[in-house]
Design a protein around this ligand. Structure first.
Ligand code: SAM
Length: 186
């Protein structure tokens, strides 16, 4: 990850450019993707919103599972480009929002997906309240997580577990246990 990050800083002239999270398939997203392959009915024919989309892995898995539309959101402009390119490479069209939606009302969607959002405190503090508002609006929520430090376990209900292959460029181990949860209605 570090050589790529250096290249982005150089190319963009931005020493504060975010880490290239979009260049990897994270354990949480992989768990959601596994779940959608096993349970396509969770999204088939439904409008899906993928929060913190990164590479677009989860968004693409939703399209593969038959979602009617997928909108993906990520604050990193490089991620926004990567999602579009990865979607196209997989034969899909995905609407991309390159902005922070966590202070906005729940999206116009039937299902919200979120892979690996609890890796840092600032984001973690904002994701759960937003997902709870989404649930309260009657929208289904599926999140994936490989045991990150800030996971709000008491507010989640586990529905599936998968062994996922990540990379030691990111993680301490090349294999992780990824969990899929729904969010309790507050
Ligand atoms: C660990 S990556 C997970 C990517 C993908 N969901 C996966 O599982 O492979 C977290 C992503 O969250 C994005 N992110 C961070 N804060 C965000 C926010 N407020 N709104 C949307 N995306 C955000 C980052 O840019 C990054 O792409």
């Amino acid at each position: 990850m570090l050589p790529l990050w250096g290249a982005i800083q150089l190319e963009s002239g931005d020493a504060d450019a975010p880490l290239p999270y979009w260049a990897f398939a994270w354990g949480g997203g992989l768990a959601v993707a596994h779940y959608l392959r096993e349970h396509p009915e969770a999204v088939t024919g439904r409008r899906v919103f993928d929060l913190a989309s990164g590479s677009g892995l989860v968004a693409i898995a939703a399209m593969n599972a038959g979602a009617s539309t997928v909108t993906a959101a990520d604050i990193d402009p490089f991620a926004a480009v990567a999602i579009g390119l990865n979607a196209r490479a997989n034969g899909h069209r995905i609407t991309v929002l390159a902005r922070d939606v966590l202070d906005e009302a729940p999206p116009d969607a039937d299902v919200v997906l979120a892979g690996d959002c609890w890796y840092e405190a600032g984001l973690a503090d904002r994701v759960l309240p937003w997902l709870q508002r989404v649930r309260a609006a009657g929208i289904d929520v599926l999140v994936g997580d490989p045991g990150r430090r800030y996971l709000p376990a008491a507010s989640l209900v586990e529905i599936a577990t998968y062994e996922v292959r990540t990379t030691t460029e990111l993680e301490d181990l090349a294999h992780k246990t990824g969990h899929v949860y729904t969010v309790r209605v507050p």
